[in-house]
Design a protein around this ligand. Structure first.
Ligand SMILES: Cc1ncc(COP(=O)(O)O)c(C=O)c1O
Length: 462
């Protein structure tokens, strides 16, 4: 008599209405296309897994966010945060829309320059800027925001060597009610550190303070934190103008606006918990306009990353295996893992099927293909019975994944963009063996080692 496989009992939710208390549908959504482009056709042509970006979603979102701010305050500029996603095509869309480039390393600086951005359209941030890249940034007129006293001394040395005075900004950190505070970047405004740094710059014959920068954190769900930030920055600017006759040309508020992703542990869905961008624009602009005379409007810069790109990105993966775990629960193995989806650390991404599937829904675990226990892409996802070949669409994944992904035991996949005209363009091809080994060298002494030689010399394998 054959033994029957144990199937864990489960409760099936009866769908009596069309939506839950938050207004969302109770059924697992399915998505077979992005902006009219067939997901199956894309995965068949470019391979699975594959990242898919929507050009239209990027442009629409940028325009919406820009409009919310520019309709409230006259001098607003956005600067694309390269680290959020520095694929050339993605940056190009933002630059076409009018964004500057915000970079935090010499590599990113070079990437922005290679793309055609002039130095004067680059904001150079970050806690470590090599002297060579500071020299280049000063000579090309980039906006450089200094992070520490040591960096002030370094920048001063570089400007002295160049024989010309350099304009610099100062990065600040402060208590805005968001905890834990990001105090490791910049100089603290609530103590005397920021004032001491500003004084030091003022006393230098090689530096001129022309901007203030701060980035209070990321995925900030409280717009009021930005009112506190901008208020403190304006107050500081006014003191600098009065005491040091400084001319502060820009106030850079960094990024931090949230995307519509679901943070792990969050009870409410993002449609409910994430305030609309208009609330941030209102909080910031009201504080600005209340404090500034009409003739003193410094440029206000935003380096928004995730809020602009996250929802334009999708990750399509294919089911490669299904398994019942010993506790009776259902699990699936897909062909892309946490090495490609760094953000699974923080978010429960939305999971959609590429087609409707009949059958009983069960809470299931989605594992990636890595031979590592930590490779869990999603847990407790209510899924119908799926089998090899079914595809899953995870979103939003546009922010930070294609910069923080890791080439670990597998090739990184292709990235495509669905263009506004409906065509599909590859914007990064899948890696191949030669891409990875092209960086490696074998020392002469290690060449010509025949596999098995060592075993033979020990008397084995004969
Ligand atoms: C200086 C700076 N600006 C902008 C950003 C973009 O942040 P976000 O993606 O939260 O908007 C970051 C990210 O950490 C940052 O460090």
């Amino acid at each position: 008599m054959s033994k029957e496989t144990y199937v864990k009992p489960f409760l099936k939710k009866q769908v009596s209405g069309t939506m839950n208390k938050f207004g969302s549908s109770l059924n697992l959504g399915y998505r077979d296309q992005i902006d009219g482009a067939s997901i199956d056709a894309i995965a068949s042509k470019y391979g699975s897994p594959v990242f898919i970006f929507s050009e239209r979603a990027i442009r629409d979102r940028y325009r919406e966010v820009y409009r919310e701010f520019s309709s409230r305050y006259p001098r607003v500029r956005f600067s694309w945060s390269y680290k959020t996603n520095y694929l050339d095509a993605i940056c190009s869309v933002f630059h076409q829309e009018g964004e500057l480039a915000e970079v935090v390393s010499d590599f990113e600086y070079q990437k922005a320059r290679r793309l055609g951005m002039p130095g004067s359209a680059i904001i150079y941030n970050g806690p470590f800027k090599p002297a060579e890249s500071l020299r280049l940034a000063f000579s090309e007129g980039a906006m450089v925001n200094l992070d520490s006293f040591d960096e002030i001394y370094k920048a001063e040395g570089v400007a002295r060597e160049m024989g010309r005075r350099a304009n610099v900004g100062l990065r600040l950190n402060m208590d805005t009610g968001i905890h834990p505070q990001w105090t490791r970047f910049g100089l603290n405004l609530d103590s005397s550190a920021a004032m001491d740094a500003a004084k030091r710059i003022h006393q230098s014959q090689w530096l001129r303070l022309t901007g203030l920068h701060s980035h209070i954190g990321t995925f900030i769900l409280d717009p009021k934190a930005y009112s506190v930030q901008i208020q403190k920055m304006i107050d500081f600017m006014k003191v600098l103008e009065k005491d040091f006759d400084a001319n502060i040309e820009y106030l850079d508020l960094g990024g931090g606006f949230p995307s519509r992703n679901k943070l792990k542990g969050a009870y409410l869905p993002p449609e409910v918990s994430v305030p609309p961008i208009s609330e941030y624009a209102e909080a910031i602009s009201t504080t600005l306009l209340r404090n500034l005379a009409p003739n003193e409007c410094p440029m206000v810069i935003f380096e928004s990353g995730r809020a602009l790109i996250d929802e334009a990105g999708y990750f399509v993966a294919t089911i490669e295996g299904a398994k019942r775990l010993p506790d009776g629960s259902r699990s699936y193995i897909i062909d892309g893992g946490v090495n490609l989806l760094y953000t699974t650390n923080w978010y429960n991404h939305r999971v959609e099927l590429d087609r409707p599937v009949e059958g009983s829904y069960e809470n299931s675990t989605i594992f990636g293909p890595l031979c590592m226990n930590i490779d869990v892409v999603a847990e407790n996802v209510s899924l119908p019975p799926l089998s090899r070949g079914h595809r899953l669409v995870l979103s939003p994944v546009g922010a930070y994944n294609v910069t923080q992904w890791m080439q670990f035991i597998r090739y990184r996949p292709a990235v495509v963009m669905v263009m506004e005209d409906g065509t599909v363009e590859q914007i990064r091809r899948a890696e191949r063996l030669e891409d990875i080994v092209s960086l490696e060298f074998i020392p002469e002494k290690l060449k010509n080692l025949q596999p098995g030689d060592e075993l033979k010399s020990h008397g084995a394998g004969v």
